[in-house]
Design a protein around this ligand. Structure first.
Ligand code: AMP
Ligand code: MG
Length: 418
């Protein structure tokens, strides 16, 4: 398991910006070193453990990009049409019998290897065949046109995929194109997930009238799985220090990260802090983020712990900014900064300077074609419908104090967050 020092999350300032938080996490968390080899079909979503250098160039041989006629560059018509006899025919997967003769053309198909001496291909749509069966080539084609040179995509020996890359289908495709059957990846990080609170009941269990069903645990487990983590569902811990402490201590040695939700505010019934302190060390990060509230960061027996707030929207937003970079750092993933895309606000909004705020919005196409962000009508951090009925978050930076309709703002799609 990843071993971290007790003070690794200690922080000096009273309020931490989101960027400071992400910076602290990514510099202080050590990546786990355990690797495993997986078949390419199982590689999607995994973090590549080593650089992959191309064992062959891509494409592996020079080939035609179109169906048409190959010629020597010396035979390209300079001005006016030029009729050349056809000599040879090369299909995809086939080979040219011989080098193309001067003053001749060869029938060639997309993906077929270029015959020796041929430099350029005319698309079949751009030529015609005359009565004598010769191919009439138009003038003006540049040497090398419609040819895909060997290695133009990736030269042999170049690093095609970098260690730390979270593999997506396109990376899997590249590995396959290089002929790899397996790749070395970082083993999945193991994350223990607890909810805390006497007011919670698990779905499927009886619910007292003063209880609500635990939704955060299911949201967080789903988010973790999307990040490629192996998740232990550890249920609900009651608001009681000793049982919390016991629960946390038991799982620490078997996991790379412990994640809790609820119980990290400053109320008398918020026992996570005291519980963590009794079995490890804890700091409260007062992040300048809304929705948010304090996030607890701790170490129990060398294993990092993150305590997220209980309100579902606060839990969601702080997951994105604290848990996601921590999980990526633990799995040795390259940083994946979130880049908001510009859209137009259709709403007005006031905010505090010095704090980053996230507004839940839907996107719509305005009459002039621009993408417009429409704010969810209510703001409560407990409203799950606000996450379900919107497309993403408008990010309002620390310097902004207000938004007016028509103003440009940055949008983060939920689809890009994980
Ligand atoms: P807390 O951070 O423990 O003070 O919780 C704040 C509020 O978040 C509580 O009043 C609950 O309504 C809600 N909450 C806490 N934990 C959960 C959970 N696991 N699922 C859904 N809502 C929760
Ligand atoms: Mg609570």
């Amino acid at each position: 398991m990843a071993q971290l020092s007790d003070d690794c999350f200690a922080f000096g300032g009273p309020m931490m910006s989101v960027d400071e938080a992400v910076g602290l996490i990514t510099t202080r968390v050590n990546a786990i070193a355990d690797l495993e080899t997986v078949a390419l079909v199982d590689a999607d979503g995994r973090v590549l453990a080593r650089d992959v250098a191309a064992p062959l160039p891509l494409p592996p041989f020079t080939n035609s990009a179109v169906d048409g006629y190959a010629v020597r560059n010396a035979d390209l018509p300079q001005s006016g049409e030029h009729a050349l006899p056809v000599d040879g025919r090369i299909q995809a997967g086939g080979l040219a019998q011989a080098a193309i003769k001067p003053g001749h053309t060869a029938r060639i198909f997309t993906g077929a290897p270029m015959p020796p001496e041929a430099g350029t291909v005319f698309m079949q749509e751009d030529v015609r065949i005359d009565e004598a069966g010769k191919v009439v080539l138009p003038p003006g084609l540049k040497p090398g046109a419609n040819v895909r040179p060997a290695g133009e995509d990736i030269p042999e020996g170049h690093v095609a995929l970098r260690a730390g890359q979270r593999l997506r289908p396109q990376h899997v495709a590249l590995a396959a194109a290089l002929g790899l059957m397996r790749v070395d990846v970082v083993r999945r990080i193991r994350v223990a997930v607890f909810s805390t609170g006497d007011e919670l009941a698990s779905p499927g269990e009886p619910r007292a009238t003063s209880q609500l069903f635990d939704s955060n645990r299911f949201m967080l487990m789903a988010m973790l799985r999307r990040l490629g983590c192996e998740v232990s569902d550890l249920g609900i811990l009651r608001d009681e220090r000793a049982s919390l402490a016991n629960g946390l201590k038991q799982v620490a040695s078997k996991h790379d990260l412990i994640l809790t939700t609820g119980g990290v505010s400053t109320g008398e019934e918020d026992h996570v802090k005291a519980a963590v302190e009794s079995v490890g060390s804890l700091v409260l990060w007062r992040m300048a983020i809304k929705p948010g509230r304090p996030v607890a960061m701790g170490i129990i027996g060398g294993t990092p712990l993150i305590g997220l707030p209980g309100n579902p929207v606060a839990s969601f937003v702080t997951f994105v900014h604290v848990v996601r970079p921590t999980a990526l750092a633990l799995m040795g993933g390259l940083p994946e900064p979130l880049l908001p895309i510009p859209v137009r606000a259709s709403f007005s909004y006031k905010k505090k300077i010095g704090r980053r705020e996230y507004v839940r919005v839907s996107l719509r196409r305005a009459e002039d074609g621009a993408l417009e962000a429409v704010k969810f009508p209510r703001e409560g951090a407990g409203l799950l419908s606000s996450l379900v009925e919107t497309d993403g978050l408008v990010e309002l930076g620390e310097d902004i104090t207000k938004v007016e309709p028509g103003q440009g703002v940055g949008f983060l799609s939920y689809a890009d967050l994980l």
